[in-house]
Design a binder for this molecule. Structure first.
Ligand SMILES: [Zn+2]
Length: 111
């Protein structure tokens, strides 16, 4: 993981962005934010197991589908299976040690 700070690369309303093998943070203080770093590390793992490019296709497709469904950008973003897995487990700093492959599939909404 290559961690760096650049506030101009991070969209408004976000604090971090992961594009394997890079994690980009908006604020340098967040370099010591273990929960945020863990969240981004979960995305690194998801990207690796999806072989990178398919991750972004899936992420974007799921987001658009959820945006049409909810008509709310934040709700759609928070409902993406990759984000639900990351938000649900970001405070568990041991999560990646025990995580099973393709665990984000358990977070796909059924309704
Ligand atoms: Zn995220």
């Amino acid at each position: 993981m290559f961690l760096f700070v650049n506030k101009y690369l991070i969209p408004k309303g976000f604090r971090g962005l992961t594009l394997y093998p890079f994690v980009i943070l908006k604020y340098k203080e967040d370099k010591s934010n273990a929960v945020l770093i863990n969240h981004e590390r979960i995305h690194l793992q998801q990207q690796i197991e999806m072989l990178l490019f398919p991750f972004f296709i899936w992420y974007g497709t799921e987001y658009l589908f959820l945006l049409l469904k909810y008509n709310n950008k934040n709700h759609a973003y928070r409902s993406i299976s990759f984000e639900r897995e990351a938000y649900s487990n970001e405070t568990d700093l041991e999560y990646l040690k025990k995580r099973k492959l393709f665990s984000f599939l358990r977070y796909l909404r059924k309704s």
